[in-house]
Design a protein around this ligand. Structure first.
Ligand code: UT7
Length: 336
């Protein structure tokens, strides 16, 4: 169905799925690796434990399971998928991981590509996916967020190694008769690009007289935590407010806020800034830590599968992180 004013097709978010690795790494485990404690990690971040992929386990497999679960909830098969977007900063192939997920899932008709925007990747990918549906190019799009930051963690750095976990989540978007997606806003600011990075490093490779190339590899994750914290608590509620205002929706009308899970203190600060009860801001950071591009579908899936969320409920999704980048989306959940 086409919106008479904008001439754009309507988009609904019709299914969500998740997948997590089996290995559980607790705060007490981390206290045996670095000078930290359960007390420090819990009080500063809200995190109690996180999941970590074991050697030999595959992020592609995790992404495929999350995608399968999302399709099942949407009542669609892999062959219905026209487009698959994999939001990840930790692909198992630098050329991209999306086609491997496409292959494992059996989404033979889909075109598949990666999108990198760190912890904002899922929101950026949802926004991208929605455009293909609104313009009528595709009807069914699968957006997957999957990251294994444990592979890029410096396990001797207590300021970062306690924060991250591995996971995958996915959402199905479909062309629909009534509007689910209401609007979104995306932002980037490269001034903060060094505040959170997994930087590439190069070493010279002499080739022949007067000519040299270089070989690249990536260093481990580095973050200026307090700088990113200040950015998040200011920029995220501000963008959510702007996005809601654009559509004449007040923060109280929204049933659930599904934000990137970086720190419980950030989630509480957003609730306070929006003047909403903290229970409206979904959280599972205690159990999974910061799972980067997977965090939003991971926490959305919990509300959807426990019936805390009903079709047509108003939701806000918001991501933020390296880039710096941030984005907010307002929608009505589900197929209705
Ligand atoms: O996903 C992308 C977005 N990421 C984020 O949004 C992360 C945003 N940042 C944060 O969540 C917080 O800044 C952190 C959780 C990373 C850090 O919390 P903080 O309250 O900002 O702590 P801090 O960095 O100011 O450090 C306070 C103290 C320091 O010691 P001194 O200098 O005061 O003696 C740190 O060395 O805590 C120390 N510290 C630790 N102590 C025990 C830092 N990490 C640890 C640790 N255990 N794991």
């Amino acid at each position: 169905m086409i919106d008479k004013d904008t001439k754009l097709a309507f988009v609904q978010l019709t299914g969500v799925g998740k997948a997590i690795p089996d290995q559980v790494l607790t705060n007490d485990h981390l206290a045996t690796l670095v000078a930290t404690s359960d007390e420090w990690i819990s009080s500063r971040t809200g995190i109690k434990q996180r999941r970590v992929l074991a050697p030999g386990q595959s992020l592609t497999k995790l992404a495929t399971i999350a995608a399968h679960n999302a399709l099942q909830q949407a009542g669609r098969s892999a062959l219905d998928v026209d487009l698959l977007i994999l939001a990840t900063s930790t692909p198992e192939d630098l050329f991209g991981g999306a086609t491997r997920v496409q292959q494992e899932l059996g989404a033979a008709r889909a075109v598949a590509f990666d999108l990198t925007a760190a912890c904002s990747g899922f929101i950026f990918a949802l926004a991208t996916a929605s455009q293909y549906i609104q313009t009528g190019k595709y009807q069914t799009v699968l957006v997957i967020g999957a990251d294994a930051l444990s592979r890029w963690t410096d396990w001797t750095d207590r300021t970062t190694c306690v924060l991250f976990g591995d996971a995958a989540g996915a959402v199905v978007l479909e062309s629909a008769a009534t509007p689910g997606l209401i609007g979104f806003e995306l932002r980037s600011d490269g001034i903060g690009s060094e505040d959170l990075a997994i930087a590439s490093q190069t070493e010279p490779i002499p080739l022949t007289t007067g000519i040299a190339a270089s070989r690249a590899h990536f260093s481990t994750l580095a973050m200026n935590g307090s700088q990113v914290y200040r950015f998040a608590v200011a920029a995220v509620p501000d963008l959510i407010q702007k996005t809601l205002l654009q559509h004449d929706i007040s923060p109280e009308q929204v049933k659930g806020y599904f934000l990137h899970q970086a720190n419980q203190r950030i989630l509480d600060a957003v609730a306070q800034r929006l003047n909403i009860p903290s229970e409206r801001v979904a959280t599972n950071v205690a159990r999974y830590g910061n799972t980067s591009s997977a965090s939003i579908p991971l926490v959305l899936e919990e509300w959807s599968s426990s019936d805390r969320l009903q079709p047509e409920d108003l939701i806000v999704l918001a991501g933020f992180g390296a880039g710096l980048s941030w984005g907010a989306m307002v929608a009505r959940w589900g197929r209705f």
